[in-house]
Design a binder for this molecule. Structure first.
Ligand code: LLP
Length: 420
């Protein structure tokens, strides 16, 4: 995925055909801007590589749950990977279909299970024996049989940030590899469950194919054993996790990634099974930017700060994972740059968006924080009673406000004070 939807035209950053200056003036800042073309291109890279195979793509809603974003994917025929009842409701409201949804997550409540069973989701990705029992009980009460796969933890190192690696033994996710076969036997013995697949997810922002192949090989060995025990594995869900370019990372191109995995599955004699992909970041990350305005420049003895109107509540990734997001002026100046830490107004030293960035900027200038389409608005909060930013989607020369900026009264509308 390239940044090509966000390019300079006559010295001004544009989102497709629309100037970012115009967007900021019309909708205010901080402002998330998504490109329909970029979302489409990133999704189609998966869909095209899946053509001619029994494979499908479930977009991970957690990366970006905006209804308009989900709707763009739904119109392209995407399925969805959800982790809560809230995300289920979002997908249905955005025009997605329950039969194209897989439900992941380590802590599904009984209520969420009921909702998903009643809606008729395609598969529950179950993460523990205790969850098998709970789901069996809930399905029994509803007079249903719940389609399940077990999330198996293949214990491979995806070589990514520790907070976003999920397939190691030390992680809370999935059923341990060594216990998976007996967990499948336990599942098969439960009356209201139907084993339909197997799944894994080894982490996020993975920039190599090798860990996927390692995980896949282990999973395929297990599939053979599980089927020897009498269950039928119709699908293999390889999870999400493909990384994107934030700065100098060079992840494999999506098509190559998909084709390599599909080829491996076929070469090992499992080509008759359906294959699921669950991408989040790689279909949304570089399809969005966050526009922010410089409030003050604050020179210091050791550091210069550029204080901007976006903060850690809008984009938590730098504070949370020391994540790098490129930051570019919307209208670059020709002046000599100075080195700044780009920080927000939140009262925390951890409130930074970029460190030691060479920028030629003045107060009032607009900056574009790149790669803000994934885990950005989705992880935003109201810390410091800051209303969450507006979101717009550009479609060629058109702009659509897809989430209005929150207002302060909305933030405490549900609160009350004691009567005396
Ligand atoms: N499937 C499952 C079961 C997952 O847990 C995740 C992400 C995905 C799919 C999608 O992974 P992706 O393709 O987006 O890597 N907030 C962190 C990322 C957390 C990812 C959690 N799981 C960040 O901002 O880097």
């Amino acid at each position: 995925m390239s940044h090509s939807a966000f390019a300079y035209v006559d010295g001004v950053l544009h989102a497709e055909g629309v100037s970012a200056v115009t967007l900021a003036e019309r909708f205010g800042t901080p402002l998330f801007v998504y490109s329909r073309a970029a979302l489409t291109e990133a999704y189609q890279a998966y869909a095209k590589a899946c053509e001619g195979h029994r494979a499908c793509v479930h977009v991970a809603v957690k990366a970006n749950g905006n209804l308009a974003v989900l709707n763009v994917f739904a119109r392209l025929g995407a399925g969805f990977d959800i982790v809560s009842g809230g995300e289920l409701a979002r997908v249905l409201a955005a025009g997605g279909q329950a039969k194209d949804i897989v439900f992941s997550g380590v802590g599904k409540s009984e209520d969420e299970m009921r909702q998903a069973l009643d809606a008729g989701v395609k598969c529950f990705n179950v993460e523990s024996i205790a969850e098998l029992d709970r789901l069996n009980a809930v399905a029994g009460q509803r007079g249903k049989k719940a389609p399940i796969s077990l999330r198996v933890n293949p214990d491979v190192d995806p070589k990514t940030h520790p907070y976003i690696s999920t397939g190691l033994k030390a992680n809370k996710f999935g059923v341990a590899f060594d216990e998976a076969r007996s967990a499948y036997r336990a599942a098969a013995a439960l009356e209201h469950l139907e084993v339909v697949g197997i799944d894994c997810h080894i982490g996020s922002q993975i920039t190599e194919i090798a860990p996927y192949i390692d995980a896949l090989d282990k999973l395929l060995d297990l599939v053979t054993q599980i089927e020897a025990d009498g269950a039928r594995i119709r699908h293999i869900d390889v999870g999400g996790g493909l990384g994107i370019t934030y700065s100098t990372e060079t992840p494999p191109e999506t098509g190559l990634f998909v084709r390599t995995l599909l080829a491996r599955i076929e070469a090992r004699g499992h080509g008759h099974r359906e294959v699921f992909f669950e991408p989040g970041r790689s279909v949304t990350g570089n399809a969005g930017i966050l526009l922010t305005r410089v409030e003050f420049l604050k020179p210091g003895a050791e550091k210069n700060f550029a204080i901007v109107d976006a903060a850690m509540n809008d984009l938590a990734r730098p504070a949370m994972y020391q994540a790098y997001h490129a930051i570019d002026p919307v209208v670059p100046r020709q002046d000599a740059p100075h080195v700044y830490d780009v920080v927000g107004p939140v009262c925390e030293s951890g409130d930074w968006l970029g460190r030691e960035r060479a920028l030629a900027i003045e107060p009032g200038d607009l900056l574009a924080i790149r790669s803000a389409g994934a885990y950005s608005f989705a992880m935003s909060s109201n810390y410091n009673t800051r209303p969450r930013a507006a979101e717009v989607m550009v479609d060629g020369g058109e702009v659509h406000l897809v989430r209005a900026r929150e207002t302060v009264p909305e933030l405490f509308a549900g609160e009350s004070i004691l009567p005396r």
